[in-house]
Design a binder for this molecule. Structure first.
Ligand SMILES: Cc1cc2nc3c(=O)[nH]c(=O)nc-3n(C[C@H](O)[C@H](O)[C@H](O)COP(=O)(O)O)c2cc1C
Ligand code: SF4
Ligand code: SF4
Length: 431
């Protein structure tokens, strides 16, 4: 049985609350056990997680300054770099913005070999404030989260040999963090700010000492001292039962006042699901699509105007598609993404630019622009090579403009250059 492993960093509990709701819903939908692992405290980050092959990993982190919290980044990168599990990315943010945090998390998952199936950014109370994001997630947020859980569960349950891609806003490799501002819009310099304890209010209960993600709080006769690095997570302030812990740094307080004033209007949660790509044969009623894909296959160098669509009527291009399906060796596979055909690869024995011998089929392929560079082309091509092999073909050839980025992909799957003109390579693949 699949298990959902939840990993969370949650100094003030908002991220855990959302992660728990999502994981329990998914657990019910998938009949899966849910296991929780905190990496909030220093000792919890001493070991990297262990994933079994069919674990579904839900990784949850708050947004700090528009990204994954700086001091946890190395741990998150290392933890996500060693497996190929299905995963779900969750970030929580305090109603300002999640900027690059979700893209950064999804990027780490993809680079580490994981397959992110869904990604969510949920609004929660801002750790700095009692008003910003107060009461979030509310009922509507949770209903939206449940709908997302249903979509993710459906993807997880129908995964067979399909390829997944996911697109989320933001940069996977951002250079900078969000610069906090003061009420006068000048940068707020509170990097070195630390909390302080009012000894008159402190009951020496020790609770604040135990929750610091940086292990930076020590007990001095029971009264806490804030000695090491402080990431301003607010765990110590929020847990203190008597209100003895406070941040009094004026730059910090001015930033809090600025965000409470500027970002009061409620933001909406956002959800993203991987696209499911299915490879199949072209249906006969879809043959006209080949004109579109023929047009998409025309290589247009940067800065050059695209030719008119009618160019595909030219005789030297029509040879690729005319009456497709009627010749014995005509074969076409398509990539279908959530119900839409987004790419095609087809072969036919023809006298085209890539013709080598009458016994060797020539291959053409293309994807709509927005579906390129996602691994779909390579997977589609590999499916076609497999089909040709199965049907007993020994070789397949193609022609490609030298400047076309696809040359790299053709080489990767086994095509080699046989011949060249000024502008083109003729490539051959031994099957
Ligand atoms: C240091 C710090 C930086 C933060 N930066 C952002 C931010 O850039 N955008 C935002 O909307 N919320 C920001 N927040 C708010 C948190 O993302 C939000 O409150 C989160 O839910 C806290 O998670 P937790 O309750 O699990 O600790 C920040 C909070 C902290 C402590
Ligand atoms: S000292 Fe700083 S890092 Fe530690 S719990 Fe308090 S706010 Fe967080
Ligand atoms: S949690 Fe509050 S009362 Fe308890 S030791 Fe810390 S400062 Fe004192």
């Amino acid at each position: 049985m699949a298990r959902i492993k939840v990993y969370y960093f949650s100094p003030t509990g908002g991220t855990l609350q959302v992660a728990q709701h999502l994981a329990e819903t998914l657990g019910r939908l998938l009949h899966a056990e849910v296991e929780y692992h905190s990496y909030t405290l220093p000792r919890e980050r001493e070991h990297l997680p262990q994933f079994d092959a069919d674990d579904i990993v839900l990784w949850a982190t708050p947004v700090y300054a528009g990204r994954i919290p700086n001091k946890t980044l190395d741990y998150v990168r290392a933890a996500l770099s060693r497996s190929s599990n299905m995963s779900i990315a969750l970030v929580t943010f305090g109603n300002r913005a999640y900027d690059n945090a979700l893209a950064e998390l999804v990027g780490l998952m993809e680079e580490g070999g994981m397959k992110p199936v869904g990604a969510a950014a949920m609004v929660t109370r801002h750790s700095f404030s009692d008003t910003l994001g107060a009461g979030r997630p509310n009922e509507e947020d949770l209903a939206a989260l449940d709908r997302f859980a249903n979509q993710v569960a459906a993807k997880l349950l129908t995964l067979t040999s399909k390829l997944l891609t996911i697109t989320v806003p933001g940069e996977a490799h951002p250079e900078k963090y969000y610069t906090p501002l003061k009420t006068n819009n000048a940068p707020a310099g509170f990097l070195k700010a630390k909390p302080s304890c009012n000894p008159d209010r402190c009951t020496r209960c020790g609770k604040c000492i135990k929750v610091c993600p940086m292990g930076s709080i020590n007990g001095n006769d029971g009264i806490p001292t804030f000695d090491g690095i402080c990431i301003k997570c607010q765990a110590c302030r929020r847990i203190c039962p008597t209100g003895a812990v406070a941040f009094i740094d004026p730059e910090y307080l001015s930033h809090v006042a600025m965000i409470e004033r500027t970002f009061a209007a409620p933001k909406q949660p956002e959800f993203f699901c991987s696209e499911t790509v299915l490879f199949r044969q072209l249906r006969t009623d879809e043959t006209p699509l080949l004109d579109d894909f023929l047009y998409e296959a025309i290589f247009i160098p940067d800065g050059v105007a695209a030719p008119p669509k009618s160019i595909v009527e030219n005789e030297e291009l029509q040879v690729y598609v005319r009456n497709f399906g009627r010749q014995k060796d005509d074969r076409c596979l398509v990539a279908e993404c959530d119900g839409k055909v987004v790419g095609a690869v087809w072969t036919r024995v023809m006298d085209d630019y890539g013709h080598i011998a009458d016994s060797i089929p020539s291959l053409a392929m293309s994807l709509y622009k927005e579906y390129r560079n996602k691994g779909i082309g390579t997977a589609l091509l590999e499916q076609m090579l497999q089909l040709l092999r199965k049907e007993g073909h020994r070789q397949v050839s193609l022609s490609v403009q030298k400047a076309n980025y696809a040359v790299k992909m053709y080489r990767k799957v086994g095509f080699e250059i046989m011949n060249e003109t000024d502008e083109e390579y003729i490539m051959l693949c031994n099957l």
